[in-house]
Design a binder for this molecule. Structure first.
Ligand code: ATP
Length: 221
């Protein structure tokens, strides 16, 4: 890959199940958008996440919720390519597709949590991913990067500390970036709804209204 002169701004790719999208996703994405030189961050709901049980809400419902909280002038954009693609949603396929759409020189950064990064060597064709994009690893106090093994080696080889370095090349760097900790997950929200408790302050009001309207997450999966 050549240097990224004049190829357009940095695009962040924030993958997830978004079952449902919640304030942990939105606030961290907005924080990254504010603090790193992203032109936009695309939120990519997985069609069939490869490493976990299938989502409880269907693809149309997860997509609808995501579109309620992205767009306008937020710089967060919902991207449905993984929902449209048959088979398991592998990051490598998404990146290959984006590379051919956006060109070899456009800087791309795959965003993931430190927990996901710790198991990165189990991702499909994981060694090819840093050749196609940077990695931005969201970390929080107490979340330590792996100290040994292939992921620790990847970090030692490719770690950079400057956000500006993400603009200098189309991919290849790993930036570990601290985000404000919000200690809950979509699993907690589904458990809350199942117990008949509103997930106050965990999801935006429009998402809670939709969960109720559709009767989502009421019964055991
Ligand atoms: P589940 O509980 O169903 O596993 P989740 O809330 O962890 O879901 P996902 O949609 O699978 O959400 O996660 C997508 C990405 O969002 C991951 O990279 C994860 O690290 C990040 N993420 C999830 N919850 C939070 C949170 N509270 N704060 C910051 N990042 C989060």
């Amino acid at each position: 890959m050549s240097a990224a002169g004049g190829s357009g701004g940095l695009i962040g790719l924030y993958g997830g199940t978004f079952d449902p999208v919640h304030l942990g996703h939105i606030r961290t994405a907005l924080q990254l958008k504010r603090e790193l030189p992203f032109e936009q961050i695309r939120m990519l709901p997985a069609g069939r996440p490869p490493h976990r049980p299938p989502p409880e809400a269907n693809a149309a419902q997860r997509w609808y919720m995501l579109t309620r909280v992205t767009g306008r002038d937020s710089g967060l954009i919902a991207d449905d390519r993984e929902l449209r693609r048959p088979g398991p949603s592998y990051a490598i396929d998404t990146l290959t597709e984006l590379r051919s759409e956006l060109g070899e020189d456009r800087p791309l950064a795959w965003i993931l949590g430190m927990d996901a990064f710790a198991g990165f060597d189990r991702w499909h064709r994981w060694r090819e991913i840093p050749r196609l994009a940077h990695l931005v690893v969201m970390t929080r106090p107490g979340a330590e990067p792996p100290r040994e093994g292939p992921v620790a080696d990847l970090l030692a080889e490719r770690r950079g500390d400057s956000p500006q370095a993400l603009l200098e090349r189309p991919g290849g760097r790993v930036l570990v970036w601290p985000v404000e900790p919000l200690d809950f997950s979509a699993t907690d929200i589904r458990a809350c709804v199942r117990r008949g408790k509103p997930p106050r302050f965990l999801v935006p009001g429009v998402i809670w209204a939709y969960i109720q309207r559709e009767g989502l997450y009421r019964s055991e999966p």
